[in-house]
Design a protein around this ligand. Structure first.
Ligand SMILES: Cc1ncc(COP(=O)(O)O)c(C=O)c1O
Length: 400
């Protein structure tokens, strides 16, 4: 890597209305104008309860929700839109599978790079008699598929893995792991919270059975949106619903219907959020996912090269932008991450996240537990020149 001279350590001034938002891995911001418009349009023109009543506002709302269901199914390469279950976030979707599928006596395999959205329900299930194996990853977060194969036993029901790390962006070898899991009769749940909208994602091609996604990160939708997608091969009969209740269908029954999505989607859905999610997905498709990925890789390369030139900075994760998402974690010798985050915000208008990023297991793998890291995660609205300013800001904070 070549270090830039001249302007690299130039200071940056920040004003209240001018920030460099590098917290896209927590949630994307700003949202496209079309997302805001779709949400306002839903409230103004289609504010009925979708699938509940027969009047025009309910039908209009139901059409929007079903249209987004179709969009999500097509986006992830699944033919049947009814296999898309809307949830408030990826955490809820992950819990539907873990708590609905696993029984005492079952065995589940996961990795050393998981978010607490996976680890916390798994630790709770472990206390109830579900056996858990955590496959270690390399210090840059890389997962070796052969180690997953070694961990799988005859009673393994599920392999759960994070597609793209929210700490260092490392991409997991999903297709290889899924093939190994299936060859031994286990199902696969993919946590695509960080990759949905960031990399091309086809469930059939990857061979995963369940995909949990969140709507408010790279799909550019609003908070409160996400979902679970079931592949055509999954038998929904094996999943007990996490929540039971009204679905707008089979109202004469006091038992939960077995049909999808109703079985796993009780209660009034977040129609306004789902409308925004649909507009977010359309925005991603219009921009082109490969183009968005290329842009983020360029930003990631600039960050890795720039930060690597600052004395005292230590970077984590793969150094090749092609093997990761644009999620860059670093520490600075002799400085706490909280001081760095505060000064970057207050003195330079650089907004990032510091600490453990809800992923203590991943930080243990990386060797950054318990202090954590500073995380720079630029989204599609961030420019290369903003990345250079952010790197210059780090250099200035480190010097003074
Ligand atoms: C890898 C990973 N999994 C799961 C989640 C949970 O997503 P949500 O907060 O939308 O439920 C996150 C959120 O940051 C994440 O990064």
């Amino acid at each position: 890597m070549r270090c830039r001279g001249g302007t690299a350590h130039r200071g940056v001034s920040a004003t209240a209305d001018q920030v460099i938002y590098l917290d896209h891995a927590a949630t994307s911001w700003p949202k496209p104008a079309s997302v805001v418009a779709a949400m306002a349009g839903y409230l103004e023109r289609a504010g009925g309860n979708p699938g509940r009543s027969g009047h025009r506002l309910s039908v209009a709302a139901g059409r929007i929700v079903y249209g987004v269901r179709e969009q999500v199914a097509a986006f992830f390469g699944v033919p049947d839109p009814l296999r898309v279950i809307f949830t408030p976030n990826a955490t809820h979707a992950i819990n539907i599978v873990l708590r609905g599928l696993l029984q005492p006596g079952d065995h589940v395999v996961t990795t050393g790079m998981e978010h607490n959205a996976v680890m916390r329900p798994l630790r709770a299930l472990e206390r109830k008699g579900v056996a858990l194996s955590v496959v270690p990853c390399a210090p840059d977060g890389t997962l070796e598929p052969d180690l997953v194969a070694l961990a799988i036993r005859p009673e393994t029901k599920l392999v759960v893995l994070c597609h793209g790390s929210n700490v260092v962006g490392t991409i997991a070898p999903v297709a290889e792991v899924a093939a190994l899991a299936h060859s031994q009769g286990a199902l696969v749940l993919l946590d695509a919270a960080q990759t949905a909208g960031a990399v091309p994602l086809d469930m059939g091609r990857l061979g995963v059975d369940f995909l949990a996604f969140t709507g408010h990160k790279s799909l550019m939708g609003p908070p409160g949106t996400g979902g679970l997608v079931l592949s055509p091969s999954v038998d929904p009969g094996q999943i007990e619903p996490l929540v039971a209740g009204g679905t707008g269908s089979r109202s004469e029954w006091q038992e939960q219907p077995e049909d999808l999505p109703d079985k796993l989607e009780s209660g009034t859905p977040n129609g306004v959020g789902i409308a925004g999610l649909g507009a977010g997905i359309a925005w991603v498709q219009e921009r082109g996912i490969e183009e968005l990925q290329a842009h983020e890789q360029e930003l990631c390369r600039e960050l890795l090269e720039g930060l690597n030139c600052i004395p005292g900075v230590r970077l984590y994760g793969p150094m090749d932008p092609a093997r990761r998402l644009a999620v860059v974690s670093f520490t600075v010798e002799g400085r706490t991450v909280s001081e760095l985050g505060l000064r970057l915000d207050e003195e330079h208008g650089v907004l990032c996240r510091v600490g453990l990023h809800c992923a203590p297991a991943a930080h243990s793998t990386l060797g950054t537990f318990p202090q954590g890291t500073v995380r720079f995660a630029p989204g599609p609205m961030v420019s290369l020149s903003q990345i250079r300013e952010a790197v210059a800001a780090v250099a200035e904070v480190v010097r003074s």
